[in-house]
Ligand binder design. Structure first.
Ligand code: C5P
Length: 223
């Protein structure tokens, strides 16, 4: 494999309701992070996996993941970007392709990991999986008054794994001024073109209780 995957998994998961850090919430009896890492490790291109875990859970996360795959676990940061930077600092020297994948996208199929990696290998410096936007989107002001309707045809909802040529991700992170919610955003600001590939409904980000219920159902019908 020529791919290293960084897994930011240090978020609290406030929108999921009270409980453990999100990556350790259970889905069909197993932590979200275990589901995510199992699928990453099943992708043939993946050479190494670095997880940024909640500081208080480092030992627990190492124990959870040891039976799944050889994984490096580092302490995450206060924001997602800091967690990715911590994982990036611990990545082995060899892989030329680096993917960044949210632990919360626990059911992401290995085939999506491969298609993002393949697009980087084919020559794109930065690659993101996307889906079309199904809802009509309005822009609103602070009083919830509609300012206008955005042309949906030109919009895409962005998922992970996001893939990068190693030098591009390293440089974009080093140059980052303000925190963004995704790594392709840093690369865009750095001036590098970002290529889109088709995403997967199964790569949904488990954020709210509804998403967890949907993910439970998807796993149940896949068995
Ligand atoms: O909060 P959000 O759903 O955007 O988080 C996306 C991913 O980033 C999750 O996998 C979460 O665990 C991770 N994260 C992190 N460190 C933080 C905040 C979020 O690794 N400080």
């Amino acid at each position: 494999g020529d791919v290293a995957v960084l897994v930011p998994a240090a978020g609290a998961g406030v929108r999921l309701g009270p409980g453990r850090p999100k990556a350790l919430r259970l889905l069909a009896g197993e932590p979200l992070l275990v589901h995510a890492v199992r699928r990453l490790a099943a992708a043939a291109s993946v050479h190494s996996i670095v997880v940024a875990a909640p500081v208080a859970e480092i030992t627990a996360v190492r124990a959870l993941l040891a039976p799944i795959a050889p994984v490096t676990v580092v302490p995450g940061g206060a924001e997602r970007q800091a967690s990715v930077a911590a994982a990036l600092a611990a990545v082995p020297a060899d892989p030329e392709i680096i993917l960044v994948h949210d632990a919360a996208r626990a059911l992401t199929p290995p085939a999506l990991v491969e298609s993002v990696a393949a697009a980087v290998r084919a020559g794109y410096d930065a690659v993101i999986p996307v889906l079309p936007v199904v809802d009509t989107i309005k822009e609103v002001d602070a009083d919830e008054m509609v300012l206008g309707t955005v042309d949906r045809a030109a919009l895409r909802a962005v998922q992970t794994p996001q893939g990068f040529r190693r030098a591009v991700l390293t440089a974009a992170h080093a140059a980052a001024a303000d925190a963004l919610t995704d790594d392709a955003g840093l690369v865009e600001k750095y001036g590098v073109p970002v290529h889109c590939v088709p995403g997967s409904e199964h790569a949904l980000k488990i954020t709210r209780p509804f998403d967890l219920a949907l993910a439970e159902h998807l796993l149940a019908i896949a068995r």
